[in-house]
Design a protein around this ligand. Structure first.
Ligand code: G4P
Length: 525
């Protein structure tokens, strides 16, 4: 198969949702229908349940599982589908956001009874920013749910995207009868007792009295009215609008009961985008370019405590990746031969000889990679758009075992490279400050330092509002600022100046007093 046809058959996407909407269940069912797994339950949830925030063993176990299930690839109907898993817990949403930079489209799962939830909104805002095409799957239709038109209105308003239903539910909850597929005019009837779709009936003309053979006259009447309304209100589905990220097709179903999943998958492979262009600081990179390029979007410490190695997840952006070929690590300006790259098929990891745009390659790493690193055949490219985060919680990190200070330093260093949190060093007294977006991250850091590096740490509170990276065209101004704010100045891992504002008032004052200084709230600017 030519490189072009390999690229054209790839569909790389992530499933995201507010916790509990059904992301894990839907992922598993897609793998079932895709033939990648054969029994339900094969994919373990990698979410950390809300109730288990302090269950470290659980975190460890799930970290292990999430290496295996981070990427699940399978062949379906001639397509190569790559599903990228994302953590469910909101304390790890940075991980999710980074994963979104490596996909070409997204399926958002919404709980029919709960509608749009806060996490859904946040995730959608990242998709909107990146113009990522989004499909909405309204799950749990077997439970009583909101009125469908109201729900669509809510999705449009809260997710700020136009919607177009491609299937339509017939009632919900105990009365749920199935869906009418507006895309290919078929009726799918739901039977909760049978874990398969019972009937898949072609139905071009809903006015046909035959409809009453399958559903009650009242349901048939409602369906006719609803479909008439949809066709009156919504313009015909235009796949181009979806591909531009301006329109979200909506499907309804019940992942738990395998309902609506196959039709989602069938429509998905038809309409979802093939690998898109990627933006590097230097230029836009087209997947069909001959030379290989890719970037690291995730780093995972190996779960095996006897091996300190890590896996860097590289998204192939252009060309063909080949095992044992020498590639340039553009940040380090060094050549690397990757002799044991892995690919991820279903929940198995296997060595791979080649990979194409859209694919994710696991590269064993001994500490050379950090998130955002670019690999090329020689060109100096640096891929952009990996979101960095404005930390919201801060703690001093102190050594709790003086005999292990080397281990602690190494551990902190490596965990920061993995993107677990951000490290700042006070310019006043060299104390180290960790910035996170979720409380759970502190617990994970403490646990992993102890178990992976044999180091003990202690966190101490610090009064802090925001970390701001400061920049100015006038170096003298920066020096003056640093002198004035000497108590609150820190350095990030790259040695850049960061102002650690202790309150929003102080920050405002600083911004007023130093109008020529630019204050950035994330490390990427
Ligand atoms: P998440 O990854 O988005 O967090 O959600 P997950 O798939 O784990 O689903 C959350 C809960 O919702 C699970 O129940 C799951 O069985 C249930 N669920 C998923 N899809 C459907 C659906 O279509 N209909 C109904 N009625 N329930 C659904 P749980 O009790 O939390 O976990 P479990 O013990 O069943 O695994």
């Amino acid at each position: 198969m030519s490189v072009r046809s390999e690229i054209e058959r790839r569909k790389t996407f992530a499933i995201v949702s507010h916790p509990d909407a059904g992301k894990t269940t839907l992922t598993e069912k897609l793998l079932l229908f895709g033939g990648a797994i054969h029994v339900a339950g094969a994919v373990k949830s990698n979410k950390i349940k809300k109730t288990a925030t302090s269950d470290f063993m659980e975190i460890e176990r799930q970290r292990g599982i999430s290496v295996a299930t981070s990427v699940m690839g399978f062949d379906y109907d001639g397509y190569k589908v790559n599903i990228l898993d994302t953590p469910g817990h909101q304390d790890f949403q940075e991980d999710t956001f980074r994963t979104l930079t490596a996909v070409d489209s997204v399926i958002i799962v919404i709980d029919a009874a709960k509608g749009v939830e806060p996490q859904t909104e946040k995730l959608m805002s990242v998709c909107r920013m990146r113009k990522t095409p989004v499909i909405v799957f309204v799950n749990k239709m077997d439970r009583p749910s909101e009125d469908t038109f109201m729900l669509l209105e809510e999705i449009e308003k809260q997710l700020q995207i136009a919607t177009r239903p491609l299937s339509w539910p017939i009632s919900s909850g105990p009365d749920f009868k199935g869906v009418y597929n507006l895309f290919n005019s078929t009726l799918q009837l739901f039977n909760p007792n049978v874990q398969t779709i019972e009937k898949n009936i072609a139905f071009d003309n809903l006015n046909d009295k035959e409809l009453e053979r399958w559903i009650s006259p009242a349901d048939a009447e409602t369906l006719r009215e609803d479909v008439e309304l949809i066709e009156g209100v919504y313009p015909e589905f235009d796949a181009q609008d979806y591909l531009k990220g301006e329109l979200a097709p909506v499907f309804f179903g019940s992942a738990l009961y395998n309902f609506g999943v196959q039709e989602l998958l069938d429509s998905f492979v038809k309409i979802a985008p093939t690998p898109r262009t990627s933006t590097a600081a230097e230029r836009t990179v087209d997947p069909y370019e001959e030379a290989f390029s890719g970037f690291v979007f995730k780093i995972h410490a190996n779960i095996d405590p006897n091996h300190r190695s890590r896996i860097a997840f590289v998204k192939v952006c252009s060309g063909k990746f080949e095992r044992n070929k020498v590639y340039k690590h553009t940040r380090l300006n060094k050549q690397f031969r990757i002799s044991a790259p892995t690919a991820f098929m279903a929940s198995k990891k296997e060595t791979v000889d080649e990979a194409y745009p859209g694919d994710i390659v696991g590269v064993p790493d001994t500490g050379n990679f950090i998130i955002g690193d670019t690999l090329t055949e020689g060109e100096d490219l640096h891929f952009k758009g990996l979101p960095s985060f404005s930390p919201e919680m801060f703690r001093y990190i102190e050594n709790a075992d003086p005999m292990k200070s080397k281990q602690l330093e190494k551990g902190i260093d490596q965990l920061m490279d993995e993107g677990v949190a951000q490290l700042f060093t006070s310019q006043l007294n060299n104390r180290k400050i960790i910035g996170c977006v979720g409380q759970l991250q502190f617990e994970v850091i403490q646990y992993r330092l102890e178990h992976e590096y044999g180091a003990k740490c202690r966190f101490e509170p610090i009064q802090m509002h925001k970390a701001c990276w400061i920049e100015s065209d006038d170096p003298k101004l920066i020096e003056e600022f640093k002198k004035r704010k000497v108590q609150r100045m820190a350095t990030d891992k790259q040695g850049r100046n960061v102002f650690m504002a202790d309150s929003s008032f102080i920050l405002q004052m600083a911004q007023q007093d130093f109008k020529e200084i630019r204050f950035h709230f994330t490390s990427e600017f």
